[in-house]
Design a protein around this ligand. Structure first.
Ligand code: DGY
Length: 377
């Protein structure tokens, strides 16, 4: 076991908070230090093992801020509780790496960071969509390889989306933002699948469609699909935005890929295991006009065998939330979560998180996923 090196801020602070990676920005540190925290930050890039995190927690630790690359399981929460820990925040909106029932059983609130990733993640889903459909990476490689010998009618033909159907699976915050970017920006019709209807999104698209007709343009439409299959059969591009749980693991498998149009585009910025990656490799191999844009992978940081050899797949290393504003905002929200719990403040009603991102934050925890179970809601 390696002993990670630490940066310690405000060593005289009376509340020990461990942070398993350096985080961007300074506001989050101001929040912790103003609350009297001694902040211990692991400085390396290596992903910590459970054993290393338990050693870091030690026998005296009031709160922890951890990463989605770490498995915050029952053992870690038991160690945190044993050390006097009263709060944990994931530095992520997703929390499939956290055993929330185990944290609840230890009485430890689990924070996450919603509200600052929405547009940022939707924007990269759009970027992947067009990189895949217009073959940007292949074309870039072609240019750099000195292969461009002049304009040709058939060079790098891709797909036009304007007026076609976009499919969104999971119409929560990020799925909705992506849907709106594609509908408003590219006049696509939306078909979405979600267990709950997104009435506001439906109303927005209806009103936008009506607006377009006043300008003599065809109206855009919105429909909630009854089944994932129905959506997959109709959409020119499908973007995945569900939470990862037992019900969405391998939601996109060989059978469902086979339902998609042969030249469809599949985008995944949610969690890797939502797609059966080996099945995707097989499908992309046998359908050269099918394209995929991936930000997340089934066994990160590894890629399925053969994925890297496919020209019809565009990949980025889980960077959908990687803008300065978002990553600094995530740090502020994680700090505000633990500080509010340590200070006995309530959990804020879900909504605008901007007041937590600068200056003195409101006396509330911005987002605690087990607030209800712990009686904090
Ligand atoms: C999250 O927050 O869940 C993203 O995957 C990483 O930013």
């Amino acid at each position: 076991m390696n002993t990670p090196s630490l940066q310690i801020l405000n060593p005289a602070g009376h509340l020990r908070v461990v942070v398993t990676k350096p985080l961007p920005g300074t506001h989050w540190l101001d929040v912790l230090i103003a609350a009297g925290c001694r902040v211990e930050i692991v400085t390396g890039d290596d992903i910590l093992s459970g054993e290393e995190i338990i050693a870091l927690i030690g026998d005296h630790c009031h709160a922890a801020i951890g990463q989605l690359t770490e498995s915050w399981n029952a053992e870690l929460f038991a160690a945190l509780k044993h050390a006097g820990g009263r709060a944990y925040s994931n530095y992520a909106v997703g929390y499939n790496n956290v055993d929330v029932p185990a944290a609840t059983a230890c009485g430890i609130p689990v924070g996450n960071t919603p509200g600052v990733l929405t547009e940022t993640t939707a924007e990269i889903a759009v970027a992947l969509t067009f990189s895949a459909s217009r073959r940007i990476v292949e074309a870039d490689r072609f240019m750099r390889g000195g292969q461009f010998k002049g304009w040709l009618p058939g060079l790098f033909l891709g797909s036009l989306f304007h007026g076609k159907t976009v499919g969104v699976i999971g119409a929560g915050r990020i799925g909705e933002a992506y849907a709106r970017m594609m509908v408003e920006g590219h006049k696509m019709n939306l078909v979405y699948f979600d267990l709950r209807p997104n009435i506001l999104l439906e109303e927005f698209i209806r009103a936008y469609g009506a607006f377009l007709t006043t300008r003599g343009e065809p109206a855009v439409t919105c429909r909630r699909a009854d089944t994932v299959e129905d959506l997959l059969e109709r959409a020119a591009v499908v973007s995945l935005h569900p939470l990862l749980d037992a019900g969405t693991r391998h939601l996109i498998n060989a059978e469902r890929l086979a339902l998609m149009k042969p030249d469809a585009i599949l985008i995944n910025t949610s969690r890797g295991p939502v797609v059966d990656e080996a099945a995707l490799v097989t499908h992309c191999r046998s359908h050269p006009d099918f394209r995929a844009g991936l930000d997340v992978f089934e066994n990160e940081p590894a890629m399925a065998t053969g994925l890297a050899d496919l020209d019809n797949v565009v990949m980025v290393p889980h960077i959908a939330s990687a803008t300065k504003w978002t990553r600094e905002g995530m740090a502020s929200l994680a700090a505000c979560n633990v500080v509010a719990i340590l200070q006995g403040h309530p959990v804020a009603a879900a909504g605008d998180v901007r007041p937590f991102l600068s200056g003195t934050p409101p006396p509330a925890a911005p987002s605690i996923v087990n607030a209800h179970e712990l009686g904090l809601a």
